[in-house]
Design a protein around this ligand. Structure first.
Ligand code: SAM
Length: 286
């Protein structure tokens, strides 16, 4: 029990349970269909799992909390497969854990949708994990996820805005983001200190495609450590590490080859411009 909350929950697992009054709105926004398979991240006590299971074909629910996973497994939902474990450790499609027999002889579905009221303490790693699984070929169509409002703002932020950063660029490269609902702290028990938003990420092949995804990721991460510097200056953060032979190319030369103004700030570059720049570094290292 967390002090003064009147509800048993584990803070380290980011447990803030959705209040019944909000469930219908969230499920309506997710809009499950009877033929669809869902991956739910963090089913908790099943607030979303039950309505999802009643509307969709199959729900595969990943829950890290052993007690909650066990309660859900024995709750008699025949089309819910509970996988006990950390979603961040997921690898194979669909994995078995030592606590759960392999997913029964179902064929992997042609497509899968993701839903979840995410644990806010690991929401960004989960978003990166989903992008990684998508890149590995998991047939993820979309992910409708509850997030801290500030994280949601970063997902939808356009270039040049205050919230535009690493998360914006790397997620917008593989998904379009849409804000669906805003929820106050009172929508959860215990109440979080922050406001929440429900966001849908609809995945697509990397747009534009990049020659070396690792170069693209490292370059974006590096230049945003100097987001208020000029682009040429910020690129020093990348080339200083001589990654991908970056030191063989001065930032000024890279920026010029990419057709960009060296006086611009990194935070003003579009995803396409980042991709162009990364491809220049990738081309000299190949
Ligand atoms: N879906 C429930 C609801 O809306 O009431 C619970 C949401 S609660 C914000 C987050 C849930 O994710 C908790 O049940 C927590 O135990 C689980 N969780 C936390 N970290 C996790 C992880 N790394 N992998 C899987 N589940 C996790």
């Amino acid at each position: 029990m967390r002090k003064g909350t009147g509800v048993f929950s584990r803070k380290r697992f980011g447990q803030n349970f959705l209040e019944p009054a909000w469930v219908t709105k969230v499920i309506r926004a997710i809009a499950p269909r009877s033929t669809e398979t869902f991956i739910e991240i963090g089913p908790g006590r099943g607030a979303l799992t039950r309505p999802l299971a009643s509307e969709a074909a199959h729900v595969i629910a990943y829950e890290i909390d052993r007690n909650l996973a066990s309660q859900l497994r024995t709750s008699g939902l025949s089309n819910v497969t509970v996988v006990e474990g950390d979603f961040l450790d997921v690898s194979g499609f669909f994995p078995a854990t030592s606590h759960q027999p392999p997913v029964p002889s179902r064929q992997p579905p042609a497509t899968v949708r993701v839903a979840g009221n995410l644990p806010y303490n690991v929401a960004s790693p989960i978003l990166f994990k989903l992008a990684e699984l998508y890149a590995q070929g998991w047939p993820i169509v979309d992910a409708t996820v509850m997030l801290q409002r500030e994280v949601g703002d970063r997902l939808v932020a356009p270039p040049g805005s205050r919230d535009y950063g690493v998360l914006s660029v790397l997620m917008q490269h593989v998904a379009s983001a849409e804000r669906l609902l805003a929820l106050p702290p009172g929508a959860f028990r215990p109440q979080p200190k922050v406001h929440s938003v429900l966001v849908r990420l609809t995945y697509h092949p990397p747009a534009p495609a990049v020659a070396n995804p690792a170069t693209f990721t490292r370059l974006v991460q590096a230049v945003f450590t100097r987001r208020r510097k000029t682009l040429a200056n910020a690129l020093l953060a990348y080339t200083a590490a001589d990654r991908d032979g970056g030191a063989a190319l001065t930032p000024a030369a890279a920026v010029q080859t990419a057709g960009l103004d060296p006086a611009r700030r990194p935070e003003t570059l579009s995803v396409t411009e980042f991709a162009r720049l990364a491809d220049i570094y990738a081309s000299i290292s190949s």
